[in-house]
Ligand binder design. Sequence first.
Ligand SMILES: Nc1ncnc2c1ncn2[C@@H]1O[C@H](COP(=O)(O)OP(=O)(O)O)[C@@H](O)[C@H]1O
Ligand SMILES: [Mg+2]
Length: 287
Amino acid sequence: MIRANAICKSFAGKQVLSGIDLDIKPGMIFGLLGPSGAGKTTLIKIITGQLGFDSGDVTVFGKNVSDLTGTDKKQIGIMMDDHGVYDRLSCTDNLKIFADIYGIPHSKIISALEEVGLKDAAKKPAMKLSKGMRARLQLARVFMVSPKILFLDEPTSGLDPMTMKYIHKLIQNRKAAGCTIFLTTHNMEEATELCDEVALLNDGKIVDRGNPSEICRRYNHRKAISIHLKTGEDIRLPDGIESADKISSLLKQGKVETIHSSEPTLETVFIELTGRKLENDAEARYA
Ligand SMILES: Nc1ncnc2c1ncn2[C@@H]1O[C@H](COP(=O)(O)OP(=O)(O)O)[C@@H](O)[C@H]1O
Ligand SMILES: [Mg+2]
């Protein structure tokens, strides 16, 4: 669905992306993960044809980005930043403008607002929407084109956990409808929950990639089992045959509150690979 081969990009002599390879299969949720300034937005802009690049090649639907026709482009939905939302216009009027540009019948507007739970706010001006509602309006806009590929640049950045969950559900619904999704995030939990595959981007390079759980298992150097007992005590045992009797005995005595294997989280893996935390992008950007 999307292929990138050795993409390099620099701005004024500063290398921002170095040799990016991607192979995104139809129907998957792909997550590009990385801290602020890693190059996530730049890569989305390149893949969607909004920005040129220095070397390498990118294909979408098997065609070079520069060869995509108007019809191809209509099958691509892009949500980035705040653009495309007009503050003074109501939700419906915002979508009308977009529908007219894309030649989408106005009859789709109501169903798009319904899909994102904004039907009751249809007449509200965009400036009166909460941050989460605004994000949902942007999603309604991209959903309206019934895209085959959806690019979502930090769709949940700065949103409260409830709204975040709601948006995750909307993204999963789109996946169930057959859409391929490319999202960026610095939220590792989000990536672990949503993505079939992730690439970890740091300073313009992909430092590792794969299925989130598979990556975490791969970096499980410590191989330990953590047990929290009902008494409140925490025990760590080696993950091996030598611990089997002890664990079995604790379980039989009904002493175990929780038991976990100790594979690292995606966040820990990222820190191990890069020595840096995935700080909150929004805070970093507006600081
Ligand atoms: N138009 C531009 N001109 C110059 N530098 C840019 C431009 N856009 C992005 N950059 C730089 O490229 C790097 C990657 O930016 P970006 O792709 O926005 O990262 P992310 O989306 O991961 O936060 C940053 O160092 C940023 O300052
Ligand atoms: Mg960005």
